[in-house]
Design a protein around this ligand. Structure first.
Ligand code: GBH
Length: 483
């Protein structure tokens, strides 16, 4: 960390919420416990040859059996919020709207929610964090069939609202539609692993998957507001991720435009239809032509009716990159807007010091700019639903616990929020650290450790890292400063 990156511990509003986040497949384990069905991740993590570093999340943190301990741990850290996701196939094992419901799966989430509330921790629940039931994938390829998925997702969401909505007051429909579309249905590095290599139609499939997410989201928002909101009075929205992009060369208009275009392709793709009730951004229409699906008149009306019901902008954010415009003719399945992403700009400057993983560099200035970009475009209060990093050199528990890089990273990113709020006028309401504990990092397996709590995957022992105490104390201090 250079001189320009020093933590100042700037203030945050007294009612600012801090929390930790996880996702079902990454932490639960218990993959067939008590009647749980298979998800596309259970399949993907067991493919031969392995596409997940030889690792799976059959057991992972065993959160399924250790919820009581994990809730006490969060309570000891004074968190206000726990953001977790529901494994669809735990409560509807085959996933479909006519398939049986698994009461034991429902009991697991009821117990989790009740324990959180007993400790004064607010549950924030994601319905879809990438683990579609294998049953609906086998039946109709899940997100690739917009109408079928929309109907099954609506049924699943309705079950969640009716069973948990008396106590859950913040709902997230989908986590990171960009990743679901691009990484799971184009690069193929996430389940179900559709990709060029296996000859699927990567020209159109990612865009169709994105279309499915947007329409399924809007359908569920409409249902929640009509059927559940009047009694349950909760909030609902979606979580979008996105890096911030700086131009590769700030003296060149093509790179300045490329950085903007990259943000539009990453965030506007979903944000404009969902939060503004509009068509896909014009830049995308112009570039992608018929590869981008059309909304019917009826669908446009659905988007327009529901846009205003999204109560917050859920932001997952980790890093900043440089965007460089390419002048070569784009590949016919290019999804970027013909842009190359780089960690170093034309001056040889790095986006920030690298973390314990190559794609993630600490760049709090980009975070502040992204908060402004999102606020200017959507005017919604932002909740940072994920932010964090793996620390360099986290190999054994002794060195892992003294996670200096992560403490600096958190400090800098919280300072950026403070500046966005008090100097720029952006509304930011909460911050959820990714992640409560080290867990299964998807196709990277157990290598990268994002936890503020260390997990020994042999003994399942949890040990809070210094960053966990840093966050606890920092929120006390920063919020006191405004009282
Ligand atoms: C989030 O995804 C997820 O919501 C969460 O489940 C995950 O554990 C967390 O972030 C940490 O990654 O290797 O260059 O191809 C963030 C989106 C998608 C960012 C995959 C990193 C791989 C970049 N991630 N991407 S690269």
């Amino acid at each position: 960390f250079g001189k320009e990156l020093t933590v100042e511990e700037l203030p945050l509003p007294a009612d600012f919420a801090w929390g930790t986040a996880t996702a079902a497949y990454q932490v639960e384990g218990g993959i067939s416990a008590d009647g749980k069905g298979k998800s596309i991740w259970d399949t993907y993590a067991h493919l031969e040859p392995s596409r997940t570093n030889g690792e799976n999340a059959d057991v992972t943190c065993d959160h399924y059996h250790l919820v009581p301990e994990d809730v006490e741990l969060m309570s000891s850290l004074d968190v206000d919020v726990y953001r977790f996701s529901i494994a669809w196939s735990r409560i509807i094992p085959l996933g479909g709207r006519n398939d049986p419901i698994n009461e034991k799966g429902i009991a697991f989430y009821n117990d989790l929610i009740d324990r959180l509330l007993a400790r004064n921790i607010e549950p924030v629940v994601t319905l879809y964090h990438w683990d579609a039931p294998q049953g609906i994938y086998d039946r109709y390829t899940a997100l690739l069939d917009t109408a079928e998925f929309q109907a099954d997702f609506k049924h699943y969401a309705s079950l969640c609202f009716s069973r948990f909505g008396d106590r859950v007051k913040k709902w997230v429909t989908f986590n990171e539609p960009y990743i679901i579309s691009i990484f799971a249905h184009l690069n193929g590095t996430l389940a179900p692993g559709h990709c060029r290599a296996v000859g699927t139609d990567t020209k159109t499939e990612p865009w169709r998957v994105g279309h499915t997410v947007i329409l399924s989201h809007a359908t569920v928002v409409e249902m929640y507001m009509a059927d559940f909101f009047p009694t349950q009075k909760g909030q609902i929205s979606i979580v979008l991720n996105g890096h911030f992009y700086e131009p590769y060369d700030t003296t060149s208009q093509i790179h300045i435009d490329a950085a903007q275009r990259r943000l539009v392709f990453y965030i506007g793709w979903f944000g404009d239809p969902v939060f503004l009730g509009q068509d896909y951004p014009p830049e995308m229409r112009a570039y992608l032509g018929s590869r981008l699906p059309e909304f019917t008149a009826e669908e446009r009306e659905l988007l327009q009716r529901t846009a205003k019901f999204n109560a917050f902008y859920g932001m997952n954010h980790y890093t900043t990159k440089y965007a460089r415009a390419l002048t070569d003719p784009p590949a016919d399945d290019d999804w970027t807007g013909n842009i190359e992403e780089l960690a170093v700009n034309s001056q040889g400057q790095e986006a920030g010091p690298v973390s314990g993983i190559a794609w993630l560099r600490a760049a709090p200035g980009g975070f502040r700019k992204l908060l402004n970009w999102v606020w200017d475009r959507y005017h919604l209060p932002v909740i940072v639903t994920e932010n964090g990093c793996p620390c360099p050199g986290e190999d054994d528990v002794e060195t892992a616990v003294d996670d200096k890089y992560r403490q600096m990273y958190f400090g800098l990113y919280l300072d950026a929020i403070s500046r966005a709020i008090y100097e720029d006028g952006v509304k930011v309401e909460g911050y959820y650290a990714w992640s409560l504990m080290d867990n299964y990092e998807w196709s990277a397996g157990y290598g990268p450790r994002f936890g503020i709590v260390h997990v020994d995957f042999k003994t399942l022992k949890r040990t809070p890292k210094n960053s966990a105490y840093y966050l606890k104390e920092s929120f006390q201090k920063r919020r006191k400063a405004t009282k």
